[in-house]
Design a protein. Structure first.
Length: 343
């Protein structure tokens, strides 16, 4: 039996059509998801393997997407290492005991994913058991830099100015924190593979706030360690939001797929990174808020702009916006399949 089209595309192999999946594929734009959220806090949903499995499968049952991504959150990893996590309505995730000095770094517990994040691993096993063989399951983690941003700031931020100052001020302390987080991410992602994840995405949501030289010094070495540690057991995808200025650095990392946000011109991306990597992205999520005609007009241009890439996985340039109508998602996925088959 040949590999599913998504996995073939990740490897740059010939495919029958461009595969599609969506960041925030399961979420508040779906009525089924909102019904569950009315009954349970989000952390409780993530930590119940049966519910996490149900949420993961909701978009698979609703749309002809080519891959599933496990329902989880990047911040359960630092929580498992000793940070007190709470999702506060109207504010988002908050760590009540953020990292402030080296003693806080040293207090972080080494992660044992099989013990500490067993709920996500069990959800992966349960989901794989219910997915058809042609729909692979994507696992994921936050990248160490993004996890460190939340761990030091204690919550989200526009540019993490204080975190960057903390990083510049004491590189040794920063390296100690990144070492501990990287060990945790590696253990977690390997455990996801062992549980049945067939591809992995590393989300570096805040890498874009770093200048290139700072990214090379304070983030990329630890991302490289993770990618090298995993090897090519499964396809490795890296997504750095607002990280267009980092593309050359990302292209030097050992991975199969580079995610591209909606701010980048795919043709320029291909010129800059070459054809050694498959590209993923990058429709502006706001186009799914627009009418049928606007979306219909945008899709052929999207496909054409990646024509010279080694391979292309169709995705949004970030996650599905919560006010998106499900019928626009259905239109997006269906028309990409139709148009790419015709091409």
């Amino acid at each position: 039996m040949s590999d599913p089209v998504f996995l073939r595309a990740c490897r740059g192999l010939p495919v029958s059509h461009r595969p599609v999946w969506l960041m925030r594929q399961a979420g508040r734009y779906m009525e089924e998801y909102r019904a569950l959220r009315e009954k349970m806090p989000i952390l409780e949903m993530m930590k119940d393997p049966a519910i996490a499995t149900e949420v993961t499968l909701q978009p698979i049952n609703a749309f002809p997407v080519d891959a599933a991504i496990i329902f989880a959150d990047i911040l359960t990893l630092p929580e498992a290492m000793g940070l007190n996590l709470e999702f506060i309505p109207g504010k988002g995730p908050v760590f009540h005991n953020p990292i402030q000095d080296m003693s806080d770094v040293q207090k972080l517990r080494p992660l044992n994913a099989e013990r500490d994040l067993d709920f996500t691993l069990e959800a992966i096993r349960m989901t794989r058991a219910q997915l058809s063989s042609d729909i692979p399951l994507i696992g994921f983690s936050g990248a160490p830099f993004t996890l460190a941003c939340y761990a030091v700031e204690g919550s989200g931020s526009k540019n993490f100015d204080e975190v960057r100052a903390w990083m510049y001020n004491d590189p040794d302390r920063w390296a100690a924190l990144m070492d501990r987080l990287t060990d945790g991410v590696l253990d977690y992602l390997q455990a996801q593979i062992d549980a049945g994840a067939q591809a992995l995405q590393l989300f570096d949501s805040w890498a874009g706030c770093l200048p290139v030289q700072a990214y090379e010094r304070f983030a990329a070495p630890w991302t490289r360690k993770i990618m090298e540690g995993l090897g090519d057991q499964v396809p490795r995808i890296h997504f750095a939001a607002n990280g267009g200025h980092l593309l050359e650095v990302l292209a030097d990392l050992p991975l199969e797929v580079i995610g591209v946000d909606w701010r980048q011109d795919p043709r320029q991306v291909i010129k800059r990174v070459g054809t050694q990597h498959v590209l993923q992205g990058n429709l502006d999520p706001a186009l799914l808020l627009a009418g049928e005609e606007a979306l219909e007009e945008a899709l052929p241009a999207l496909l054409d702009s990646y024509r010279e890439a080694k391979g292309h996985i169709v995705n949004l340039g970030h996650g599905v916006i919560k006010t998106t109508k499900p019928e626009r998602v259905a239109q997006f996925v269906t028309r990409i399949h139709e148009l790419s088959r015709q091409a």
